[in-house]
Design a protein around this ligand. Sequence first.
Ligand code: BG6
Length: 544
Amino acid sequence: MQTVKTQARAQKRKGSAAVALTGLSSYQPPSEPTVLVIFGGAGDLAWRKLVPALFDLFKDGCLPDYFAIVIVDAVQIREDELLERFRSGAKRFAQHQLRGKDWKEFGSHFSYFRADFTNKQAFAQLADRLDRLERKWERKALSIFYLATPPRFFGVIADMLGKARLARKRKQSRILVEKPIGHDLKSMLEINHTISSRFDEPQIFRIDHYLGKETVRNILALRFANVLFEPVWNRRYIDYVTITVAEQVGLERRGGYYEGAGALRDMVQNHLLQLLCLIAMEPPVSFDADELRNKKVDVLHAVRQIPSNSVWEFATRGQYGAGTINGKQVPGYRQEPGVAPDSNTETFAAMKLFVDNWRWQDVPFYLRTGKRLAQQVSEIVIHFRQVPHQSFPPEAAGNWLPAALVLCIQPQEGISLRFQAKKPGAQLILQPVSMHFNYGDAFREPLPDAYKTLLWDLMMGDATIFMRADQVEAAWTILTPVLEYWQSLPADDFPNYAAGTMGPQNAEVLLARGGCAWPNPTSLPGSLAAEPVTDCRFEPAAGR
Ligand code: BG6
């Protein structure tokens, strides 16, 4: 096994400070005075993700000189209590260490505004607050409205902001919407209609935090900054693609939300389909935000429609029962707080999709995601075809495995290429070996958290890694037959996988029918796990 050393490492050794960790741009403080208003800011997202990321930006000197964070929520909590909660979150999740003096300064940017999201009066008061800040600063400020609330409030809040003249009247304003946008295609279109009636499209930022992950952003670099891969990145050389986002975690106190969502809405509609777009898109002409988003939406538009009378051939679902994770007994989904004892919500979903275009015709893309699985791992595997003619004698190729390129997104961060090598010795024996690139080894820097990148891009007004309305719409369209079929036909086998396994048997069958198999997670050097590989296949699959 060998580690690929990158040029960036050499640059780093020479003391170059210009390694842009965000990929497209290096962090500089935005110059515009900014007020970030977080609706639903007393919730889990702000505690776990947003405030720690903002603290990291603050420590890096990347917040504007004039900066305020207004938390808006209906929760009865004192400002100092909320701030203490944020402090504990930043201590636990921020990349920078928390020191008393820094926190005091950072905390001074916060204020809490208790308000009901449906109260018109509250929005007038919010507008007053923002005006007061501008008067105090003696300059106009950019207002960013971050909707970290359940989707049912998105339309209402956008509408209220519009009525309070906070959408367009100010020097500049932006609105950010968390995923999932809506519950299905119809509700997404309604929400979008309301938001668009108040804000113009360039003001609207739709977040999918996977697009802020360094390893996800690196997919474009791998594909389009190297001449090596693009010539083989097509149906001629690629047999099938697997995209796995496996989680060991369960609901983490989000039973109420998850019961109404399930794995398909929570993960596939956004994160997994966005990964598919990055793998399947055509080369962009430039890194212009709309150019990239055009190329991605082309992929979604090319996804073959799933026939409503044979959904079972393309999608399968699961729900976990009690089991063991890392030696600890965990309850089944139906025993989790906030979950109905006869819940039909899927905690696992797997799909087979085809992208009907010249590049990908008939190449299956298999997607799977689930909670309480055996491993916490996200990776994409490009399974290459076998060679067209096997010239080695059969006894040499007994261990033959087709070449595979593994993009490890998390928790390992890197890329692994598996290929054949001759085993040393007198006999001609072929054996698969792997070559690894590991971010930690190459860059020797912690990767920035996705929310740090996204918040910074949001402040800078760069929409490249945010989603456009047509992407979200196309993603819901792809899933509609499955959502409808699953809703009309409750599963009769739930729970059908034990916590601590890799999901239900039917997910294996989904691939086996096409002569494919889910790969076992790869391990980059430094990991304790061995590198098991099970996707051994010699014959082209028939009958896909
Ligand atoms: C969120 C989902 O979007 O992504 C969660 O709502 C999920 O259910 C999370 O756990 C996974 O994100 P990450 O970054 O931990 O892979």
